[in-house]
Design a protein around this ligand. Structure first.
Ligand SMILES: Nc1ncnc2c1ncn2[C@@H]1O[C@H](COP(=O)(O)OP(=O)(O)OP(=O)(O)O)[C@@H](O)[C@H]1O
Ligand SMILES: [Mg+2]
Length: 258
């Protein structure tokens, strides 16, 4: 009991320090925040791998980066209005482009000077964030949820400023039940409150599974990815219905063919 309280106090102190740091930048001048990843493991990424995998959010000049900027500005705007820091990315069907969108969006946001982004691979059915970024798939969220690891152990900074990744680690059978357990609820609460200034993006499976509905309880807003020319209006509508009262911060029309 004592140690839990002590831990909570330490965490509060850690969060307070970060807030103080952030509020010290004054004068309306945007100073770049470049946190030192003392605990977080830094793993270099290969720009060639990123390019090959269509991770364009990393690159400075790309026709897509402008589009991403518009999207990320809108999303951040709505998140701010909602007063939350956790975003869920899901879709009606598998393979509509959730993971690629989540990564590109996160990178685009992280490029802005004052936003640190934590991308959590919460797709415990088909994890792929690490593949897109060319990161090792060692421990991740799955291990944290099974009490086999602590949160700081599984975080990776892919050598891009202000961008932190929590890989899934591995697939989990019965993932929805695991995600919905009281222990998981505590873990998600910790992920969200540990660094209140951080924007957290959860990459989820599609709504053909229960996982995103469970995860929706832990986030403040949902971004729905729709594959243009594939998802029907009915499928889109039923996806919206399933998400019900969860605020929708945006719909991304993906894989448009011009
Ligand atoms: N805008 C895009 N343009 C071209 N290809 C894309 C685009 N978005 C996604 N893809 C491709 O579509 C495939 C599926 O993308 P992604 O892995 O992001 O989907 P997903 O919705 O996360 O899938 P899952 O439901 O399995 O998690 C990948 O091959 C990816 O490269
Ligand atoms: Mg995916």
């Amino acid at each position: 009991m004592m140690s839990r309280i002590k831990k909570a106090l330490e965490k509060a102190e850690e969060a307070r320090r970060e807030i103080v740091e952030l509020t010290r930048r004054g004068g309306g001048v945007r100073k770049e925040v470049r946190p030192e990843y003392v605990q977080t493991r830094v793993v270099p990424v290969d720009p060639e791998v990123l390019r090959r995998n269509k991770v364009f959010g990393f690159f400075e000049e790309d026709a897509l980066t402008e589009q991403l900027k518009i999207l990320h500005t809108r999303v951040l705007d709505r998140m701010e209005k909602l007063g939350g820091n956790a975003l869920l990315v899901t879709s009606a069907l598998p393979g509509e482009g959730k993971t690629l969108t989540a990564i590109n969006l996160g990178l685009s946001m992280a490029r802005e000077f004052d936003r640190t982004v934590l991308l959590v691979d919460a797709n415990l059915k088909n994890p792929s964030v690490h593949t897109y970024l060319g990161l090792p798939a060692e421990k991740g969220l799955a291990h944290v949820l099974l009490r086999e690891a602590e949160i700081p152990e599984v975080l990776i900074n892919p050598n891009l400023p202000r961008f932190v990744v929590m890989p899934a680690g591995r697939t989990l059978t019965g993932s929805a039940e695991v995600l919905g357990s009281p222990y998981a609820e505590g873990i998600f609460e910790e992920i969200k409150t540990r660094y209140p200034e951080r924007l957290i993006i959860f990459d989820a499976p599609s709504l053909q599974t229960a996982d995103p509905l469970v995860l929706a309880d832990y986030v403040d807003g949902v971004l729905l990815v729709v594959e243009a020319e594939r998802t029907t209006e009915d499928q889109f509508r039923s996806a919206l219905e399933m998400l019900q009262e969860k605020p929708l911060v945006g719909v991304v029309m993906n894989k448009f063919r011009f």
